[in-house]
Design a protein around this ligand. Structure first.
Ligand code: UD1
Length: 420
């Protein structure tokens, strides 16, 4: 197992290229189950999570070949309808094979993904959706088993206690592409990754309108064809680099990111005194002289993303004054507070709020990565801190940040990877 060693107080310089979106790549890879024809995906990030999804596709009967950022998915044998515990339990995103397998094979058995350190993470909306499309669903020995003759289009409301669900929307949209008749999903997730998935499905011949809005209309077709498709840039990776630059008071250029996907973060960065300006095809981060304390509340898109909450809290621990960070998507996603406090931050948790009294000097420390985005928050703190930070268990970072240590080194950060 590797650890990341960061020598802090470095100023970042130069430019960084953003990789393809992990959260687009996962459902799009799953969507290739909807056709026997070959699909070629470009801009697929090389990550532990995309590797896990490729392994899952292989276990389901696909041949998967990866060359740099391209993944070619072919099928030479019958699909298997069982998605095993071993692969689904390591990554929640695997659950989005449910919709495509059910639509294609009329039966599916997928391991329940279980909870994780960021919260309980139920799947009730996924099950509500496939039931509405006519599937009979049972839960047996930790597996979801669903069967149908052919899925039937319907109107359904997919909002939950915490708002819309990204992967439930993805699952139901994929299932509905091969259903008989029209499906209308109300309270659908509006995330850019849903629009990207719809873009891929449409390139396969699916009939979808409204993706990216709360109402998605899908007209079922009898089959889908193979396709070539390029995945959008990762807005969470881009946002994390913005916060790294902001926290180290650095000016860097971020290449290949999409500004319109990052407006909630950019607005809050502006409030804190940081400017993000378009410079040709890049986004330039111009740091604040004095970082102002600002508060954020996470919401589904276009609100402030929960996947940037931990990194923003880390940044706010450097701002003079009080900021309140509220997570309304994952109210328990605060495991990073304790580790940030070990580095000198002053953050306390009150229910779904983290209250940071910032402006102190952070100092390097040995810390433990606990989940993907919490680990990114520790990298931000380590870059801004005085002295050496050792981040243990960095395999969490490898789930969602392609070549992070190399990209940081190119920006002039003093980082290195070492064996534990
Ligand atoms: C996706 C992202 C994840 C991000 C999250 C929220 C992927 C692979 N992962 O996860 O990085 O943090 O969106 O933006 O795209 N919920 C229910 N019932 C359900 C499903 C979800 O109550 O059946 C709740 C969740 O517990 C959470 C909220 O809805 O409170 C949003 O979760 P959801 O959008 O489903 O997250 P994921 O799609 O799993």
């Amino acid at each position: 197992m590797d650890k990341l060693i960061i020598e802090g107080k470095s100023t970042l310089k130069g430019q960084v290229k953003i990789s393809g979106s992990k959260n687009s790549a996962l459902p799009i890879l799953a969507a290739t189950l909807l056709t026997e024809e070959t699909c070629i995906l470009a801009n697929v990030p090389r990550l532990r999570d995309t590797d896990t999804m490729c392994k899952l596709l292989i276990s389901l009967g696909k041949d998967v070949e990866r060359v740099k950022d391209k993944v070619v998915i072919r099928q030479n044998k019958k699909l298997n309808y069982i998605a095993d515990y071993d692969l689904v339990s390591t990554m929640r995103g695997s659950f989005c094979v449910l919709g495509p397998l059910l639509a294609k094979l009329n039966k599916v058995k997928v391991s329940m993904p279980g909870g994780c350190v960021i919260g309980i993470r139920p799947v009730d909306l996924h099950l509500k959706g496939i039931k509405a499309l006519g599937a009979k669903v049972a839960i047996e020995n930790g597996y979801v088993i669903a069967k149908c003759k052919r899925l039937k289009g319907t109107s359904l409301y997919l909002g939950g206690v915490f708002g819309s669900s990204v992967l439930a929307t993805a699952n139901i949209m994929m299932a509905a592409t091969l259903a008989e008749g029209e499906t209308i999903i109300e309270s659908a997730a509006c995330e850019p990754e849903i629009k990207d998935l719809a873009g891929f499905l449409k390139s396969m011949g699916a009939k979808i309108k409204g993706a990216g809005s709360p109402q998605i209309i899908i007209k079922g077709v009898s089959s889908l064809k193979g396709s070539k498709y390029k995945i959008i840039p990762d807005r969470i990776e881009a946002g994390t680099f913005m916060l790294m630059a902001a926290a180290t008071k650095s000016s860097i250029a971020i290449n290949g990111a999409c500004l319109e996907h990052l407006m909630a973060l950019v607005d809050k960065l502006n409030e804190a005194g940081v400017s993000i300006v378009k410079e040709g095809r890049s986004l330039r981060v111009k740091p604040a002289r004095h970082i102002k304390a600002v508060s954020i509340t996470t919401h589904p898109y276009p609100g402030f993303p929960t996947d940037l909450q931990a990194q923003f809290l880390s940044f706010m621990s450097l701002a003079k004054g009080i900021s309140i960070i509220t997570d309304k998507v994952y109210p328990d996603r605060f495991i990073h507070i304790a580790e940030l406090n070990r580095m000198g931050a002053n953050i306390r948790r009150e229910g779904i709020n983290a209250i940071s009294e910032g402006g102190r000097v952070l100092f390097g420390a040995p810390v433990m990565a606990s989940d993907l985005r919490a680990s990114a928050a520790l990298v931000i703190a380590g870059l801004a801190a005085e002295g050496k930070t050792e981040i243990h268990r960095i395999y969490h970072l490898e789930r969602g940040y392609e070549d992070l240590d190399r990209k940081l080194a190119l920006l002039g950060a003093k980082v290195c990877r070492a064996k534990e």
